[in-house]
Design a protein around this ligand. Structure first.
Ligand SMILES: [Fe+2]
Length: 241
């Protein structure tokens, strides 16, 4: 499913949804240069993404993942093979197939698109969010979801560190920032930070300790694909044979 949510003078923006894992991928492109960037691509959606790029007359220049996913296989490796794009994740990532890594405070530039890199660990220790100040958009990966936050019980997750990422970094952005999460399980496509501050139950905890207790009490089952997804994603989506 592909949704075009907003038309800007310079930027093409599409939100893509993988129904198998309820993952959102985001395509951002500079209309002038024809260069595109994808955030959190899904291997099964690679063909759909390539035909969308083709249809829009765009060239994929950069594929980035917010973190090492445990619930789906990234499309980064396949997209790199087919388009020659560069692949990037945070420098904490264990993936050994990246063209480049980024770190907190850097900018990823693509034509007029300037993504600010925000290190937001807690869901995993390699979790990042990306802020596009010109459009007031935040791509939060699994750090902040609509009405939730990413689980913290595997892949070096840590609820206390996630609390700090949320309250010291993510929620310091303007309240009218549009939130585009890495997943949604209820068909919601976006929110705002201001709305989440009021209504997201995970953001109502009185302090760090209470948040840790809440997250440590969740007892969630492991994702279906976890055993193969993490190792495949450390190879940018190449499945072990
Ligand atoms: Fe995740």
């Amino acid at each position: 499913m592909i949704t075009a949510l907003q038309a800007d003078t310079n930027m093409i923006f599409k939100q893509l949804f993988d129904s198998e894992s309820s993952t959102y991928s985001y395509l951002l492109a500079d209309e002038q240069t024809g260069e595109a960037l994808v955030i959190d691509s899904v291997l099964d959606g690679s063909e759909e993404l390539l035909s969308l790029l083709d249809q829009l007359g765009l060239r994929l220049a950069i594929a980035i993942d917010t973190h090492t996913h445990a619930d789906h296989i990234t499309g980064m490796g396949s997209l790199r093979e087919k388009t020659g794009c560069i692949t990037m994740m945070g420098h904490q990532s264990q993936a050994h197939c990246l063209s480049k890594t980024f770190t907190h405070g850097e900018q990823i530039n693509l034509g007029s698109i300037q993504l600010e890199v925000i290190y937001s660990p807690g869901h995993t220790d390699d979790s990042y969010s990306f802020y596009l100040a010109s459009e007031g958009m935040l791509f939060s990966g699994d750090t902040l979801l609509i009405g939730g936050t990413g689980r913290t019980d595997f892949q070096n997750g840590d609820p206390g560190i996630q609390y700090d990422s949320l309250h010291r970094r993510i929620l310091t952005l303007p309240d009218n920032t549009l939130l585009y999460p890495g997943h949604d399980y209820k068909g919601q496509s976006n929110s705002t930070l201001g709305a989440e501050k009021i209504s997201n139950p995970r953001l109502q905890m009185p302090d760090r300790q209470a948040y840790k207790e809440l997250m440590n009490s969740l007892a969630l089952p492991n994702p279906k694909l976890m055993d193969i997804a993490v190792s495949a994603n450390q190879a940018c989506g190449k499945l072990a044979t």
